[in-house]
Design a protein around this ligand. Structure first.
Ligand code: COA
Length: 256
């Protein structure tokens, strides 16, 4: 699996999205590799921090849309759901370096990270409603919590794209840097975190997440069930087909 690149530098394990021809869109096989790599990092006492990154011009275009059409996730144990649970339950700190488009899960993943460094070329979007879907990754709980309800509604209901400064102001981006410096800056922060006493770092993270744990787990489950059902609905089938056929979707037909 060379579409997920795992790099180990001392106590930091970096997981890189690497499918540039498809804007790093994530397939079931990539989720399976990510879930496995994250589980391995969590189990390895020598790993203290996990770093997610893409390339200098793209983080990830989110879920592969032809996968959604042809191979939708079936049960709760599908690779995508395993990945979501492993990220939301991660004990070790998660750092992200974000450049270029971060669409769908490319944005919602960040709500679970502890430090997010964004390049000034980062572009976020949560286009769930225009795909006939609903939010995932507990984002319908976490984004209102982080950014306030109306801003979350603007991004989750209308699906409007936004940039790095807006994301920083909303609260889920820690720092904005020139695009070319983003990955290095994220590595430096990951290394700083990794140099601190791990029990203290992990204990602090656990305490900060504690009050929201049950709500996040509940929202993940509720969203996943509804998301799976929505994938079979006429609106999603139309939106996904339209993306792949490079045309505008038509939501005026009955049943949507
Ligand atoms: N799933 C499958 N393929 C995708 C994809 C996705 N999520 N995102 C991009 N691709 C593919 C395109 O189909 C295209 O493939 P092709 O060259 O074989 O035709 C290739 O990646 C390049 O994409 P393109 O749209 O030409 O690049 P762009 O620079 O103009 O735009 C994005 C980049 C990410 C803004 C745009 O591709 C996009 O909006 N993608 C869909 C994102 C999305 O809705 N994700 C799901 C969220 S739940």
């Amino acid at each position: 699996m060379d579409e997920i690149v795992v790099e180990r530098r001392g106590p930091v394990a970096a997981l890189g999205f690497n499918r540039p021809a498809k804007k790093n869109a994530l397939t079931a096989a990539m989720y399976a590799a990510l879930a496995e790599a994250l589980a391995a990092a969590e189990a390895d006492a020598a790993v203290r921090v996990v770093l997610f990154h893409g390339h200098e011009d793209v983080f990830t275009a989110g879920n592969d849309l032809s996968d959604f059409l042809d191979r939708p996730p079936s049960g709760g144990d599908a690779p995508v759901f395993r990945f979501l649970r492993s990220v939301s339950g991660a004990v070790k700190p998660l750092v992200a370096s974000v450049n270029g488009p971060a669409v769908g899960l490319g944005t919602t993943l960040l709500f679970h990270c502890d430090v997010v460094v964004a390049g000034d070329n980062a572009r976020f979007q949560l286009p769930f409603t225009s795909l006939g879907l609903v939010p995932e990754f507990a984002s319908s709980y976490l984004l209102p919590l982080i950014a306030g309800y109306q801003r979350a509604a603007q991004w989750l209901l209308l699906g409007e794209p936004f940039g790095a400064e807006e994301a920083r102001e909303a609260g889920f981006v820690t720092r904005v840097v020139p695009a070319a410096q983003c990955l290095d800056a994220a590595w430096r922060i990951a290394e700083r975190l990794a140099a601190l006493p791990p029990k203290s770092v992990q204990g602090t993270k656990a305490l900060m997440k504690r009050a929201h744990r049950a709500a996040i787990d509940g929202q993940l489950a509720a969203e996943s069930e509804r998301f799976r059902a929505m994938l079979g609905e006429p609106a999603a089938r139309e939106a996904l087909a339209a993306f792949l056929e490079r045309r505008k979707p038509d939501f005026t037909r009955g049943g949507m």
